[in-house]
Design a protein around this ligand. Structure first.
Ligand SMILES: *Cc1c(COP(=O)(O)O)cnc(C)c1O
Length: 416
């Protein structure tokens, strides 16, 4: 692997940060549910000469010359994504998941049109219409919620909300929802009010590709996603839709919302999608879900409450209010980082603290599973998390847990 010697020659400060980041990733447990570790092949593709190339337009119809290899790479990414997801039309140019959502809105909505989406504090995403985001500023947005008791989507109330609000677009797909989403139920609500439906699978792109989660492709009008969370294709976004919307989506991405595509990242997507087509990827995705179940059960054995009582996906959402009412998610995030376990504080349904210091933590297994963590290792990780939260401030316990974390990192090496 690159040791950043060429960066160091011209820029030691940046080289230090890059080496520091590699050591941080190698030496800590990445449990932020939206993070993963791409292969060295994906990273090599992302750092290729394609970063130099302007390729505005689409394969075969570019606004610049010299695009033959850019075309090859983008066509490979598109073909592989079509095969992975069974989509009619794919656009691999969005710079991120948020940009993918922006392009779908631009393709279908006028400013002032109505979007119905899940509340951010219930697991939605900023780009689904939060007031701090362009989507909340351009469109008239209302939210549905998960059931506070069960922590699950309440499809009946979603439908009632749709009937009273009469949205132009319903957005599904979430950032902190541990359960399987029933896309048909949401599609039925959209059909009932003649709204379009965007299923944003940013978090579960890899699970959907591997068949570990039901696919909204062919159900929802638009499927958007990120390419760096449960699928390991490097940072970026993707849009899928039927042929009927292909032209509108493509022109909403370029020239509507973006300029030149990040061709080096599209090369990363092509390589990562190719890896996801290999049989090992299905085994990986299955292990991601299995590991999340084991993590959840281990935490429950230690007395923790999980939102919805468990998980069907790659993440668990812990509601600390029952077991540890005096500790906030923010405190837990900080204490765990001190022993090398990196996850994030998260709001829970019916949040009683604040969005900045909420009552929950969210923990995901995609990155650890990439390192090779199996059920037994996940149980050890769950024990470590519980030990820290049960003994906040106890230096002896922290030293013990930090040593276990170090052993795990050495046993399951990452970038060497
Ligand atoms: C992560 C995420 C996105 C995409 O975020 P980017 O950081 O812009 O790639 C979009 N929607 C949901 C639901 C997400 O969780």
């Amino acid at each position: 692997m690159s040791d950043y010697e060429r960066v160091r020659e011209v820029d030691p400060a940046v080289a230090d940060a890059l080496v520091g980041e590699r050591e941080r990733q190698n030496g800590t447990l990445a449990m932020i549910a939206s993070e993963n570790h791409v292969s060295e092949a994906v990273m090599e593709a992302q750092s290729s000469e394609l970063t130099n190339k302007y390729a505005e337009g689409y394969p075969g119809k570019r606004y610049y010359g010299g695009c033959e290899f850019a075309d090859d790479v983008e066509e490979l990414a598109i073909e592989r994504a079509k095969e992975l997801f069974g989509a009619e039309h794919v656009n691999v140019q969005p710079h991120s998941g948020s940009s993918a959502n922006m392009a779908v809105y631009f393709a279908t909505l006028e400013p002032g049109d109505k979007i119905l989406s899940l509340d951010l504090t219930h697991g939605g995403h900023l780009s689904h219409g939060h007031t701090a985001n362009f989507a909340g500023q351009l469109y008239d947005v209302e939210h549905y919620e998960v059931d506070a008791e069960t922590g699950r989507l309440d499809y009946d109330s979603l439908r009632e909300k749709a009937e009273s609000f009469d949205p132009d677009m319903i957005v599904s797909g979430y950032s902190a929802y541990p359960r399987e989403v029933e896309w048909e139920e949401i599609q039925a609500a959209a059909d009932a009010v003649d709204a379009l439906h965007t299923a944003d699978i940013a978090h579960i792109t890899g699970l959907v590709a591997a068949g570990e989660h039901a696919s909204p492709v062919g159900v929802a009008d638009f499927v958007t996603g990120s390419t760096h969370k449960t699928i390991r294709a490097g940072r970026g976004g993707i849009i899928m839709c039927d042929e009927e919307f292909a032209g509108d989506v493509d022109s909403a991405v370029f020239p509507g919302a973006q300029g030149g595509p990040l061709m080096h990242n599209i090369a990363g997507k092509a390589v990562g999608f190719g890896e996801a087509l290999e049989p090992e990827f299905e085994a990986y995705a299955e292990q991601v879900v299995e590991n999340a179940k084991v993590l959840g059960e281990t935490l429950q054995d230690h007395g923790f409450s999980l939102v919805s009582g468990g998980t069907d996906t790659h993440l668990v959402l812990v509601d600390l209010r029952d077991s540890h009412p005096d500790i906030s998610g923010g405190d837990v995030e900080e204490e765990l980082e001190a022993v090398g376990i990196v996850l994030n504080a998260n709001t829970v349904p019916d949040e009683t603290r604040s969005a900045f210091d909420p009552s929950g933590i969210r923990a995901g297994t995609p990155a650890l599973t990439t390192r090779g963590f199996d059920a037994e290792a996940m149980e050890t990780v769950g024990d470590c998390i519980a030990k820290v939260i049960d003994n906040v401030g106890d230096e002896e316990v922290y030293a013990e847990v930090a040593a276990t974390v170090e052993d795990l990192c050495n046993e399951y090496p990452l970038y060497e």
